[in-house]
Design a protein around this ligand. Sequence first.
Ligand code: GTP
Ligand code: SPV
Ligand code: MN
Length: 566
Amino acid sequence: MTRQALKTGDLIELDQRVLPGCHLHRSALNDVARTEDLTFICTPKREDAGPTNNWMAPADAYARLGAIFDGSMRGRTMYVVPHLMGPADSPHSRAGIELTDSLYVALSMGIMTRVGRPALDRIDAAGDFVRGLHSKADLNPSRRFICHFPEEQTIWSVGSGYGGNALLSKKCFALRLAGPVGRREGWMAEHMLIMGLEDPDGRVTYMAAAFPSACGKTNLAMLEPPMSQMGFRVWTIGDDIAWLHVGDDGRLWALNPEAGFFGVVPGTSQATNPNAMRMIGRDTIFTNVLETPEHTVWWEGMGVEPPSRGLDWRSQEWNPGSGSKGAHPNSRFTAPTRNCPTISPEWQNPRGVPISAILFGGRRARLAPLVYEAFGWAHGVYIGAAMASETTAAATGQVGVVRRDPMAMLPFCGYNMGDYFAHWLEMGRRIRVKPRIFNVNWFRVNAQGEYMWPGYGENIRVLRWIAERCRGKGQAVETPVGFVPAEGSIDFDALDIPAETRQELLGIDPAAWLDEAEAVEVFLRTFDDCLPTAVLAESEKLRRRLARQSAPALPASQAWQPTSTR
Ligand code: GTP
Ligand code: SPV
Ligand code: MN
């Protein structure tokens, strides 16, 4: 199929001595990111999709897309791609079949999922599978739709060849369709990386982290600790999607349904993500990066000098003075999990791995501190529901606009998000050994607009504190928004960060937080009757704690005082 793709132009040959097994793909110019405005949940009742999803009546969707599909594959080859999500021997795994007229999609599915025999065996055993129908059709955005039919466990996607729009196993199946199934069956499908932090004593603390698209999941999942922290080690289980089940032991177990990484290329370098750099040196499809005259690849933030000339992602002559990007900001690599140098020996464990910490996070230039910990599960659910992040190039539309993105699931929750919050609360009742919940923010900027936190490998310092908290150690100070690390409990020593910056990174501004809490509540109320009262109660408690703290007239005795550790 690769040979075929080189003939059809779906793939472009790269120098096989330098990049064995690697190929380049260039997408259509208008087809470089997920199109959330063209993505629909097609439930019989509009309320079941909720206020955050686009909705289309199933009959209308079938008719409208059917007309576009009609004849769209004429003269092309249709690939039938049975795929299994999860390890072959896991009771939690589920199968799908995607029909597609895109060779690039078929090849990408072969990297991202377990295709063929294991999927067919599962379909035989289960008697059921998720039905995915995909055609590039004419790649015309005015005839582009991604429709989900939860009742029929069916996905119809037409008019795009891009990752999350066209690799139907990923966001469509493993999140939007799996979500409501998990709600019915008592498990969760989340936009989360899964990783384990091994400490110098050899203990591994497993964590799952939900960050919005292009906000650092792949990087955190395969983080390489800096030299000064040797003795710590990160094990990768997944970088984008987690299926979470309650085990017989009352713990929460996380499984990665995928078998590959579809990762953001720009910003990936030896300095930021050396493990990804090793991983994408072979067996990788690069999409929309720059091609050098030597038939190798280059991108912005690669950490090496740009070539003097090359062909940019649009296939146009490019040089460093062109004034345009060589690689598209949402250029991607597609690489098999088995090539990840930090892949955990547990990654195919049919049970998954037991989760001790859940992290929420996003891009917040202001407000959100480097890290804070929830007071408990319900407060953690509120923190997830209140998430916001700056938009990125992973979806079409404006970049850098702060929007609400609960649990990093705004574009991926296939049912009413109010019901989704209720499901989180219900899961909390069922998980006897609850993970602690944290919020992290690597993206605070100073007055000059520079990141205040070095990020990447240095994030290990925050993970270390989180792991210590999970073991009942790790000193913390109580604030109105949650527990923050006590002075000296995060190791900043090797970092050249001035004391004021450190304080700012960990500080809480009660007045600004009060404004935020009010904005969050306005957002939460849009879910109307579907909003669980427990979430609203957390909001009210937070506002009371903040009001006590920010009201200037309060006598000192009543004002909030940092108490010592928990
Ligand atoms: P999706 O695949 O879209 O779900 O994205 P993701 O959440 O896996 O994000 P990824 O790890 O690919 O990072 C996206 C961008 O953020 C890349 O350009 C990274 O270089 C950058 N990034 C990741 N971690 C950090 C960090 O700690 N600090 C800073 N400043 N940038 C980061
Ligand atoms: C994301 O946008 O969150 C991704 C890439 O992980 S996609 O597969 O397009 O969803
Ligand atoms: Mn993602």
